[in-house]
Design a protein around this ligand. Structure first.
Ligand code: GA4
Length: 332
C-alpha cells in the first residue's frame, strides 16, 4: 500500500482533502446577455439544463464589484485576532474553516450577513469597524445594484415560462420581510497542496443553495465546479466582470422540478486566492413554498409536500452541507 504523506499544515484538515477527478474548464456554461431580447428564453433553458448560467451586460457597475472586492480583501488581510472580533458566524458574522453548525469545514474564511431586514446589526458593525463607512457603503451599493438586477432576471424568467404576473418571484425578494443574505468568501492559496499529488483541497464542499436564487461574482481565480445532470463535475471558467446565477432549492420546488437546484463546490488553489461575493435571494419566512399554480399543467401534481421557507430553513440548518435537503419534502 502506498501511504501518501500529508503536509503538517493540513494535519487537522484531513476531511478537506479529496481525490477529485481532474476536470477541465467547461466551455458549455450557458451565457445570457441581459440586453438580448431573447434573454428570457435563454434563462429558462439554462435553468432547466444546468441550473446555472453566466450573465453578461448585467448593468451592475463594475466599479461596485472592484470596490467591494478591495474592501473585503482589506478585511481578510487583517490579523486573525482582529477578524475574530467579528465572529463566530452563528450563522452571521466572520467565520473561518467551519461552515454551518453541524461539523462541515472548508479551506475558507467568510463573512455572512443578512441583508434584510438588518444589515446594520451590531455584528455587522464590528465587521465594518476598521473602515466603517467605506466598507459598509461598498456592501450596500453592491447589494442594492445586484438586487435590482436579480429582480429583472426573475421577471424575465417568469416571462420566459409564459406565466403571470411577471413579478410573482421578484416580489418575494422585494418584500420588506424577505429573507436574503450575503456572503463574502475568501479562499486563501494553499502552497502545501503541491505536495498532495493529485489530491484536492475542498474550499467549500458540495451542496445546493436552499433559497430561490443565488448571484455570484468572483475574482478571476478558478475553483467553482458544478455537477452536471449525469453527475460529472466540471469547472466553471471564472469571469470577474460577469455574474453566475444559480437556481436554489425553493425555485426547484416552485417550478415543480422543471428547474434544477445545481450541486456545486469550490476547490482551493495552490497559488492564487479566490474571493467571491454571493447574494442569496430568499422569501419571507412565512412564505409557503409550492409550485406556482399558473405553471402547473392540467392534472399536474406537486412533487413536493407544502412547507414554509421557515420550515425549510430550520431543516437546512440541521443538515450537513452535502445532504440532499429537498428529499425530506418530496412526496413519496
Ligand atoms: C449554503 C448556501 C449559503 O452559503 C448558506 C449556507 C449555510 C451557512 O453557511 O450558514 C448552510 C448551507 C448554506 C446549507 C446547509 C446548512 C446551512 C451551512 C449548512 C451546513 C448561508 C445557506 O443559506 O445555506
Amino acid at each position: 500500500m502506498v501511504v501518501l504523506s500529508q503536509p503538517a499544515a493540513l494535519d487537522h484538515l484531513s476531511d478537506l482533502i479529496k481525490a477529485c477527478k481532474p476536470t477541465s474548464l467547461f466551455t458549455g456554461i450557458p451565457v445570457v446577455d441581459l440586453s438580448d431580447p431573447e434573454a428570457k428564453h435563454h434563462i429558462v433553458k439554462a435553468c432547466q439544463d444546468y441550473g446555472l448560467f453566466k450573465l453578461v451586460n448585467h448593468g451592475v457597475p463594475l466599479d461596485f464589484m472592484t470596490t467591494l472586492e478591495a474592501q473585503a480583501l482589506k478585511f481578510f488581510n487583517l490579523p486573525q485576532s482582529e477578524k475574530e472580533k467579528a465572529g463566530p458566524a452563528d450563522p452571521f458574522g466572520y467565520g473561518s474553516k467551519r461552515i454551518g453548525p453541524n461539523g462541515d469545514v472548508g479551506w475558507i474564511e467568510y463573512i455572512l450577513l443578512n441583508t434584510n431586514p438588518d444589515i446594520i446589526s451590531p455584528k455587522s458593525l464590528s465587521i465594518f469597524k476598521e473602515n466603517p463607512e467605506i466598507f459598509r457603503d461598498a456592501v450596500l451599493d453592491y447589494i442594492c445594484a445586484v438586487k435590482k438586477m436579480t429582480f429583472e432576471v426573475l421577471e424575465l424568467m417568469v416571462d420566459g415560462l409564459g406565466i403571470e404576473p411577471r413579478n410573482v418571484l421578484s416580489n418575494l425578494l422585494r418584500e420588506d420581510k424577505s429573507d436574503c443574505c450575503f456572503r463574502l468568501n475568501y479562499y486563501p492559496p494553499c502552497p502545501e497542496l503541491q505536495a498532495l499529488s493529485g489530491r484536492n483541497l475542498i474550499g467549500f464542499g458540495e451542496h445546493t443553495d436552499p433559497q430561490i436564487i443565488s448571484v455570484l461574482r468572483s475574482n478571476n481565480t478558478s475553483g467553482l465546479q458544478i455537477s452536471l445532470k449525469d453527475g460529472t463535475w466540471v469547472s466553471v471558467p471564472p469571469d470577474q466582470n460577469s455574474f453566475f446565477i444559480n437556481v436554489g432549492d425553493c425555485l426547484q420546488v416552485m417550478s415543480n422540478g422543471r428547474f434544477k437546484s445545481v450541486k456545486h463546490r469550490v476547490l482551493a488553489d495552490t497559488t492564487s486566492s479566490r474571493i467571491s461575493m454571493i447574494f442569496f435571494g430568499g422569501p419571507p419566512l412565512s412564505e409557503k413554498i409550492a409550485p406556482l399554480p399558473s405553471l402547473m399543467a392540467e392534472g399536474e401534481e406537486s412533487l413536493y409536500k407544502e412547507f414554509t421557507w421557515c420550515e425549510y430553513k430550520k431543516s437546512a440548518y440541521k443538515s450537513r452541507l452535502a445532504d440532499y435537503r429537498l428529499g425530506l419534502f418530496e412526496k413519496s
